[in-house]
Design a binder for this molecule. Structure first.
Ligand code: ADP
Ligand code: MG
Length: 292
């Protein structure tokens, strides 16, 4: 492409809310075969709500939620905000946690009112030695509904299964259809539960799912997609998306996302709307066609 055609292309993109920080990305984007997207905060609003809470027979619902929420007060994960908000809606009093620990991609734990409390993904509680079989039917059902199941243990006993659901962003279904119309494969990369991720992918018509990916595993997931399909664009918003944004052939950051993600990306989508992604691709395709 000539410098002029790139200028015209990036100018048109800017009008549509797509900021190319490097003109080069307009050319790379054209060769992209697969668009991989982070789930939470990218495909979804990133504002989950607590939808379900089921306790084991020996546990009281409010007491359990109060203990879980007490731990989550110290976490910055969107899931934590959902749990704390639910406890506050029930007007529960939250104690101050001690020895708080957050394990990225797994969950959190702390000492609350003299009790040891752990909350997180199935793999986290399994790692801690808990048998989750009592909740396996419930978890399966929640996953099918596109909800993310989490587990809590209190003082060495499995106490509860909870679920959070994160609404899909308004422009997401249309964006995915448009990417397909442009001839691209669409993939989702998420740390979330496999069943949940697959249910959401099915609902959106997403072709490939990389689920239960640990924060440091997003780069490897991207490399697998590249090997299978060719050059890959990655769209993300979070701190732990930065390495994948840098690794991708083109990294596109959600402008309303974290600064660290924006820094790592070549393209910034000014709003949160994913329809900007097919718009950017369409412009990249049109720009280089023009100068042939
Ligand atoms: P994602 O942003 O895709 O959810 P993360 O790596 O942030 O990926 O988290 C992966 C999983 O780890 C979550 O889906 C959840 O099951 C668990 N998790 C992480 N942080 C917390 C937390 N504060 N409370 C409960 N579970 C958590
Ligand atoms: Mg995210």
């Amino acid at each position: 492409a000539t410098p002029t055609s790139i200028m015209v292309g990036t100018g048109r993109a800017a009008e549509l809310g797509v900021l190319f920080r490097k003109g080069q990305a307009l050319q790379t984007l054209r060769n992209t075969k697969v668009v991989a997207l982070d789930k939470t905060g990218t495909l979804t609003k990133g504002k989950p709500e607590l939808t379900d809470l089921q306790v084991m027979p020996d546990f009281d619902e409010d007491e359990t939620l109060a203990l879980i929420a007490a731990v989550e007060q110290h976490s910055e994960h969107p899931i934590a905000e959902a749990i704390v908000a639910a406890a506050k809606a029930r007007e529960l009093t939250l104690a101050t946690p001690e020895d708080f620990q957050a394990l990225s991609g797994l969950g959190v734990s702390a000492q609350v009112s003299g009790k040891k409390v752990a909350v997180g993904a199935d793999r986290y509680l399994t790692q801690l030695g808990y048998d989750l079989a009592a909740f396996s039917n419930t978890a399966q059902q929640l996953g099918t509904e596109g909800k993310s199941p989490l587990y809590a243990a209190i003082d060495g006993k499995l106490a509860a299964i909870i679920a959070v659901a994160d609404p899909i962003k308004e422009g997401t279904p249309e964006a995915i259809n448009a990417l397909h119309a442009l001839g691209l494969k669409v993939a989702m990369i998420t740390g979330d539960n496999r069943h949940t991720a697959q249910a959401i992918a099915r609902q959106l018509g997403i072709d490939e799912v990389e689920a239960e990916v640990m924060p440091d595993g997003k780069v490897a997931a991207l490399q697998r997609l590249r090997k299978q399909h060719g050059p890959v664009a990655f769209v993300g918003d979070g701190i732990n998306d930065a390495p994948a944004l840098a690794e991708a052939d083109v990294g596109l950051a959600i402008g309303t996302g974290t600064d660290i993600a924006i820094e790592a990306a070549e393209v910034v989508l000014m709003g949160g709307d994913l329809r900007a992604v097919p718009n950017a691709l369409a412009i990249s395709q049109a720009t280089l066609t023009n100068i042939r």
